[in-house]
Structure formats: C-alpha cells, structure tokens
Design a protein around this ligand. Sequence first.
Ligand code: CA
Length: 394
Amino acid sequence: MKFVVSFFLAITVSFSLHAQQQSFQDWLEELREEARSLGIGDSTLAALASLLPVERVLELDKSQPEFVQTFTRYTNLRITPGQISRGQNLLLEHGALLNQVRAEYGVQPHYLVSFWALESNYGRATGGFSVLQALATLAYDPRRADFFRNELLTALKIIDGGHISANAMSGSWAGAMGQLQFMPSTFDRYAIDGDSDGKIDIWNSLPDIFASAANFLSQSGWRGDERWGREVLLPVGFDFTLSGTGVRKTVNEWSDLGIRQVSGSILPTADMLGSIVLPAGASGPVFLVYSNYRTTMVWNRSTFYALSVGHLADRLTGGSQIQHMPLDERALRREEVLELQQLLNEEGFDAGSVDGILGSQTRTAIRGFQAGRDMPTDGYASYALLELLRAGLN
Ligand code: CA
C-alpha cells in the first residue's frame, strides 16, 4: 500500500512540473496564435520562427550589483565634461529642429538633449540586443511573464506597422528600444513621426526622436516655461521630516522656512510647488524640485535619473556644477545593506524583511534610529550609520 501511494505521488509531482514549464516552442506557437488573432500579418509572424531564449538576457535580469548605487557615482559616470561639451555642440547643431519641436510640444531644447544623453549617450549606446529575442526570453520566463508578453505583442504590432524591420529592432536586454530607450508600449502610446515620412523611427531619425520625447513629456504634464528645480541650502535645524517628494510647499513657504539658493541669496518669488530632495543624505547636496522633476520621474522612476536630467540640462546652458557633492562617499555593499537591516530590526526599528533593498520602510527605520540619537533624520543609509549601529550592539 505504501508503495502505491508514493508511486501515485511521484506521478503527480512530475505532472505538475510539466504543467508549470511548457516548452519554448509550444509557448511560441501559442503566442503566434494570439498575435495572429490580434491582426498581426504572416510576414511579421515569420520573425518568430527563429526566436530562442537568450541566456545572457536572464543573467542580466537576475544579476544584483555588488554595491549600492550612490549619487556621486551615478552622476560622475553620466555627467562628464565630454558629455557636457558634446551636448552643447548638439544643441547648436540641431537648434532649428529642436526649436521647431519646442514650438509644437512646449519642451525646451536643453531638456530634450539631456534626456537623449541619459538614455543613449546621444544615440551612441542603444543596446545591441534583438528586441524580439530579449522580450521573448523575458516573456517565457515566469517571473514577469504578463508584462513582457504584452510588450512582445506590441513590438510585433510596431513591426507590422512598417516602422522598423524585425532585424533592425535593436535595444537593451530588457527590450528598451532605440535612442530614447522606449519600451514598445511607450512607443505605441507616445512615439511620433516627426519628419512625416510615414514611419516612426526612434532608432535613426532625429525629428522622430525629438518629437517622440517631447510628446511623451508634454502628455505627462511637462511645463515649458518652468525649470526642473535647483540646488539649495538648508537652514540650521531644518526639520528633515519635510524632505522627500511626499511634502510639497510653495517656493515662498520654503523661503519662509529658511531655504536659500545655493549662493545664499533668497529664492526667486514664484507660484510653484516644490519638494526637498536629498540624494546623498544630510551631508550631500540638497535640491528643491518642481513639477518638471515629477514629470521626469514618470519617464523613469529613479531619483538619481531625474536629478541628473535636470542638472545636465542646467550644465548644457552654462549652469555651474553641483556645489555640495559628498567627498569620498563609501558605497555600501549588498551584504552590508542586509547587515544594516538586520541591526535595525534587532535594535527595535522595523526595517521590514532583510532583503538588501533600501526601500521606504528601511528609510523610516533609519529615521527612527537617528531621531533617538539627535542626528539629522535624513533616513540615509551611509557607511557611518552602519558603523554606529555596529558599535551600538557591542
Ligand atoms: Ca519618420
């Protein structure tokens, strides 16, 4: 009897494993049928025949960086003297086109060029992966299958629309395409045929590239008569619970709280709402960010990205470098973040699950720890903070 039961269990287990992972070819056949039912033509569907999962895409998708990214490292890599002078030259070279796009969509040329720089180094780094291969690999993988399946079907729709061939549709390992690194769904919703040749080509056509970026920004709420933000100074005794994009005040209210321009002078009077952002904690630079910063975060949800787009745009038009960059900031290793979270939990500050991710719960826990020690409550995970926590437990 015992034998019979385990034999039955073995069959069940092997059956459920099989049901979980369909073969790639069977999966592709189902996808082909779904695409066909959506009206994708046979000549486009032929591009699916040669697809195979790409191991490198999965490796890149699963890889975890050894160090936590710091604002200093992030900006030093992306905003170099070479990048700035190249961007200034491109602003001049394409001035007529950029001003035409501005007239139509209301996005200032130096911001368009800054997005272009951050996304693809002005078109030089667009990613060498086949978008169909990359998306098929990620859509077959069960972790985020629905999201990538939808992107893959949209990529097929773009090819079927005659905008680009399957072979020329190149992009990042995650399927971000061309000089703006648009995902297919973003292309589908926002990309524009700027030169009216009947094709939307964000891989090669600058009129299409600038019009598409400007259309995305304009539709996302960009204000063509406002700047993105600026570096500022905090008053002594600033209440750090007022920092972060969750708190919005008018420029005048921030002035009343003692916020000054980085030069020390009074903020210009403006009827704009802003938030205080500290990308490197209380000892790093402080920024007052406005509506266009929030719109930049619709494009890419990273704080470092949004600050870099704004700052590079300033530099392209002669603005000065960030004044209060932290010196020699020691980046935390992943295992140090795990240790930090563990120590916070042991000290009674709830950092949530020990996952190596510096999310809002970890930052709140750090604030709690800082408040108890009369430190600036910036919620910033620095190496110095980790050392304090280690010492506290000795
Ligand atoms: Ca075009």
